[in-house]
Design a protein around this ligand. Structure first.
Ligand SMILES: [Fe+2]
Length: 281
């Protein structure tokens, strides 16, 4: 039986409901291969066009509640390098680039919304754990971070950064008229090698290693962003860029810290049972 949470997914094309059947196994194998080769997989038409257009219109109805947060950030946000406690001026650890985006928090997405239902389904984390070959994944217990929708109007962008988590899962809801491209320098750093020189070059404008990953409305992307420097280029035009970010983790019951949640979602944020310093995308 198809789970209600999967109602927005094109299950003929992406059979998340039958992972143990031949078609499901073949899909998982293909996606694993793509991630091993390139560090990401894009699932075009994960949500059919008519459905994603309806979801985007729904989100536009409450998107003005999104909180803008900080307007510049380093590639590492607050994360530090224990081997470099006091970086010199101009070091990539200290250099910032513009971040002009707002985020809708999980508790601002209405109950019954199809995006929320997908996140809360058991099929979605099971599917991601199969593709990423991880132990079982769990939704976050954080009322703010679990699902976010990023909102970028004209001039919007996201700073160059590495993710704080091993992988991220995003669903494009609405593309802007132009710009808003997902740009990435694959595997710029590796275990034990921060490659600060390479990071500095990219921040200086070196485009030689930059890859633009095409992502259309309705596309799900599974991305390993811990080692690949990435950003969103500047948005142009009246139509806003809307992107959903799903947060799962192998550790059940996680919540973000009060300080990070307030930085991301504004002063309305209340204390929860604190789990760990939060993932920041
Ligand atoms: Fe990211």
């Amino acid at each position: 039986m198809v789970q209600a949470g999967l109602a927005i997914v094109d299950l003929e094309r992406w059979p998340l409901h039958t992972l143990d059947a031949p078609a499901g196994k073949a899909m998982v194998a293909r996606l694993r291969e793509a991630i091993a080769q390139r560090g990401y997989a894009t699932l075009e038409g994960f949500v059919p066009q008519a459905t994603v257009a309806r979801l985007a219109a729904e989100v536009e109805g409450f998107a003005d509640c999104a909180w803008p947060g900080i307007d510049r950030a380093t590639p590492y946000y607050g994360r530090t390098d224990p081997s470099l406690p006091d970086p010199p001026p101009g070091h990539p650890r200290l250099r910032t680039s513009p971040r002009r985006m707002a985020q809708i928090a999980y508790d601002q997405v209405p109950a019954g919304n199809g995006i929320r239902a997908l996140y809360e389904s058991s099929a979605m984390p099971a599917f991601l754990a199969a593709v990423l070959d991880t132990p079982p994944l769990h939704p976050m217990a954080c009322r703010y971070q679990a699902v976010n929708i990023s909102v970028m109007g004209a001039g919007g962008c996201q700073n160059w950064h590495f993710d704080g988590s091993e992988f991220s899962t995003t669903l494009m809801l609405q593309k802007p008229e132009s710009g808003g491209d997902f740009e990435c320098v694959p595997r710029l750093r590796g275990p034990g090698d921060e490659n600060y020189e390479g990071v500095g070059r990219v921040m200086d404008g070196d485009r030689s290693g930059v890859v633009t990953i095409p992502v259309s409305a309705g596309t799900l992307m599974i991305f390993r962003g811990e080692r690949s420097l990435h950003r969103v280029s500047e948005v142009a035009g009246a139509r806003r860029r809307l992107l959903t970010i799903f947060h799962y983790d192998t550790r059940p019951g996680l919540t973000g810290s009060l300080a990070i949640n307030q930085a991301l979602y504004g002063p309305r944020v209340e204390r929860q049972d604190e789990g760990r310093a939060a993932t920041v995308f």
